[in-house]
Ligand binder design. Structure first.
Ligand code: CAA
Length: 707
């Protein structure tokens, strides 16, 4: 973590407010429970217990948040006593009431610490959750046993398996907290504690509270149904299943046995490969938005209003990102018809989310209310951040930027949402190249987390910093990339597509290729993805590059553009998105093999996976060599958040390190020889690292260890 207090002795302090002891944790930035904090807590609670003048204890945190969890950098290392479960036992076992005073976010071990307290109060803005599942583990200090006792197993399993937070209001309604405090939180908590003493309230230890378990014990059907729906589409993730098992133990086992089993499962998961990969991605995600050469003191520009040019699929999705983050946004189209169509789809999307329960209908209206639609291009003059999302064609984009340059505020940031095009060329159509950059959103833009921020050669540091800040504000995971055709993600995707197509000609069918990579953990394979994105889109992109893909182009030539036409690499029943193998496609593929004089053969799954993924890794290495990506972990973040790479495999570069670069290099050399295709030859960086028996991770000196 960035800031560490210089003196570990002060990370937890005790002060007496007459008869109430206030234990304060001060471990910036997020009060994670590293060893010094745990030791400090144990010492302060011992002291408060021993002091006869003290009648109650409040646990509070300094800084921006209550405890946000265990210190993730300590995972995978030998645990040092007192471990959190021991600290929680001390807190729970106190002979005087203990009240947690929660502000900011009480997460993971932080919420477990609060659950060990006898009572909990928070301010109105506090949020609480057990997000361990996102790190490939489960709450290991009693969370899976105590949360069900606080709010019932059905609500608990939902919170624990999704890892999502709930706000103070909901926490109060569910019984997770006992009061919301107005005004000064610590003082409110002290008053609450004092009242407990005066009113001689019992020490309410959650471990002894069984009333919320009774109904589920009698009939676990509802619990089972919720658990089944939460674990229906895991794509190989183990932690969610373990979370369900452990929460189920809360109502089937005595509490001590449930706690013990939770600890065992925690140990299994935390030492496993999946959690290691997921912890790596946690830190990689935070690194990806850091600009390695950002001069000190650069401040992002103020963004009060955005404008999006184009209300098509991308433009509409991007506008939704701003409105959902509370930033007013103007949507500009060229015709009223296109504008109304776009705004109509936005409204439908918001209403559908509200109906699903993602937010209230009132919230949906609030978001829609932040949008202004117009066909007057001059409306960009009010925006601080303009994103152009028009057709992916250089001349059109250049024209838009030329016009923007004349109308937009002098300090407005001008971003192009492009998947492939040269941001430097686009910038040249303005007189303010420093204010231009690329923002590559992924479809559907209001859902996908990744945002590739494309840094042009003239992009000013504060413009880059603003794009990162805006990206985070609208809920994206920003990753900075340089200019090249397809940037990082799509450039690597192209390496995969070439090999996918080649395997069809050699003997595989689309369902074989897709099946193998889905088994690897992707949500869909390259051919199902082409059908979803539109085969015509890929065909156009290849045309622009002057390259062909024999089978994909033949299919596109037949007007089979994928899901939108009901046929592509697969066939789709009306109204269905489920790909069905199509004999007509098989005939096209077999004919192509014949035309190329190739005797078709069965390609096994291992070879399919290697041939899809190793060329991507090779391309990723080349991207690093050229400085298009700042670090290998940025590439991993891009693939996890933009392309469905299974998070528990940590991204292509992390995966490469796990299986060993010499093996990948040798296999690529073999595949290159077989295909007589120099594009598959291992590149300079892969060769160098393989020769040195080094890893991609060795290229960056990360202090965030996930050993
Ligand atoms: N351990 C170590 N470092 C952590 C951390 C943790 N639990 N949580 C955050 N950090 C670090 C981040 O890496 C980041 O460091 P840098 O500034 O050096 O990049 C810094 O704290 C600030 O974090 P964010 O940039 O994410 O800040 P934010 O304000 O956007 O978000 C947050 C704050 C919501 C708390 C977010 O950091 C978060 O979700 N943290 C993780 C929470 C979590 O997963 N807790 C469970 C831990 S596992 C556990 O507790 C298991 C158990 O049973 C004991």
């Amino acid at each position: 973590m960035a800031e560490q207090p210089s003196n570990d002795a002060n990370v937890v302090t005790l002060r007496n407010e007459s008869d109430v002891a206030v234990v304060t944790i001060d471990n910036p930035p997020v009060n994670a429970l590293r060893h010094a904090v745990r030791a400090g807590l144990a010492a302060c609670f011992d002291k408060a217990e021993a002091d006869a003048a003290i009648k109650a204890v409040v646990v509070a945190c300094a800084g921006r948040t209550f405890v946000a969890g265990a210190d993730i950098t300590e995972f995978g290392k030998p645990p040092v006593s007192p471990i959190l479960a021991e600290v929680c036992k001390i807190v729970e076992g106190m002979s005087k009431p203990v009240v947690a005073a929660i502000h900011g976010t009480a997460l993971g071990g932080g919420l477990e610490l609060a659950l060990a307290c006898h009572y909990r109060v928070s301010d109105a803005g506090a949020r609480m959750g057990l997000p361990e599942v996102k790190l490939g583990i489960l709450p290991g200090a009693g969370g899976t046993q105590l949360l069900p006792r606080a709010i019932g197993p059905e609500e608990a399993v939902r919170m624990i398996v999704t890892g999502e937070m709930i706000g103070a209001k909901k926490a109060l309604a569910l019984g997770l907290i006992d009061a919301i405090v107005d005004g000064d939180l610590t003082q409110g908590a002290v008053a609450f504690a004092r009242k407990l003493v005066t009113e001689k309230k019992p020490l309410r230890r959650l471990r002894d509270q069984e009333d919320k378990l009774a109904a589920t014990r009698k009939d676990p059907k509802k619990f089972d149904e919720i658990a089944a729906s939460l674990t229906a589409r895991l794509r190989g993730l183990r932690a969610p299943v373990a979370c369900v098992e452990s929460v189920r133990n809360s109502f089937t086992l005595p509490v001590d046995e449930g706690m013990e089993r939770e600890r065992e499962i925690f140990r299994e998961l935390v030492t496993g490969d999946q959690s290691k990969a997921q912890r790596y991605i946690f830190f990689a995600e935070r690194e990806a938005s850091k600009v390695a050469d950002m001069p000190a003191g650069v401040k992002p520009r103020d963004v009060k209003r955005a404008a999006v040019i184009g209300a098509g699929t991308m433009g509409g999705g991007i506008a939704m990102c701003f409105a959902s983050a509370g930033i007013p946004v103007t949507v500009i189209e060229t015709s009223d018809e296109a504008l109304q169509r776009g705004l109509g789809i936005i409204r439908k999307n918001y209403e559908a989310s509200a109906k699903r329960g993602a937010f209230s209908m009132e919230d949906a209206e609030k978001r829609i209310g932040l949008m202004t639609g117009t066909i007057d291009f001059n409306a960009v003059k009010d925006a601080d951040f303009v994103i152009e999302a028009v057709f992916e064609e250089m001349d059109i984009k250049k024209d838009v930027f030329g016009r923007l340059d004349k109308i937009a505020k002098p300090d407005a940031i001008l971003a192009t949402n492009t998947s492939y095009l040269d941001v430097n060329v686009i910038a040249q159509s303005t007189m303010r190249q420093g204010s231009v950059l690329g923002t590559h959103f992924f479809s559907p833009a209001n859902v996908m987390r990744l945002l590739e921020i494309v840094r042009g050669k003239a992009t000013a540091p504060d413009v880059l910093a603003t794009a990162v800040a805006v990206g985070r504000k609208i809920g994206k995971v920003p990753a900075i990339v340089g200019v090249c055709h397809g940037f990082v993600g799509n450039r690597m995707l192209r390496a995969r597509s070439i090999e996918a197509e080649r395997m069809l000609i050699e003997g595989a069918l689309p369902q074989d290729v897709d099946g193998a990579i889905v088994e690897f953990g992707f949500p869909m394979g390259p051919f199902a993805m082409s059908d979803l994105a539109g085969i015509d889109v890929g065909a156009r992109a290849r045309k622009a590059l002057g390259v062909r893909a024999e089978i994909a182009d033949a299919i596109a030539d037949l007007g089979r553009y994928g899901q939108k036409t009901g046929r592509g690499f697969y066939i789709y029943n009306p109204g269905s998105r489920t790909p069905q193998p199509d004999p007509e496609v098989e005939a096209i593929i077999v004919a192509a093999s014949k035309k190329n004089g190739i005797t078709r053969r069965t390609i096994d799954k291992k070879e399919i996976v290697e041939r899809l993924i190793f060329p991507m890794i090779n391309e990723g290495a080349q991207i690093l060599e050229e400085g298009i990506a700042q670090r290998p972990s940025d590439i991993d973040v891009i693939w996890v958040y933009g392309y469905g790479w299974p998070i528990w495999r940590g991204g292509p570069m992390f995966y490469a390190d796990q299986i060993g670069l010499p093996y990948i290099r040798d296999r690529l050399a073999e595949y290159a020889k077989r295909a007589n295709d120099p594009r598959l030859e291992p590149g300079t960086m892969l060769n160098r690292l393989a020769d040195q028996k080094a890893t991609f991770a060795s290229l960056t000196d990360s202090k965030k260890t996930v050993a």
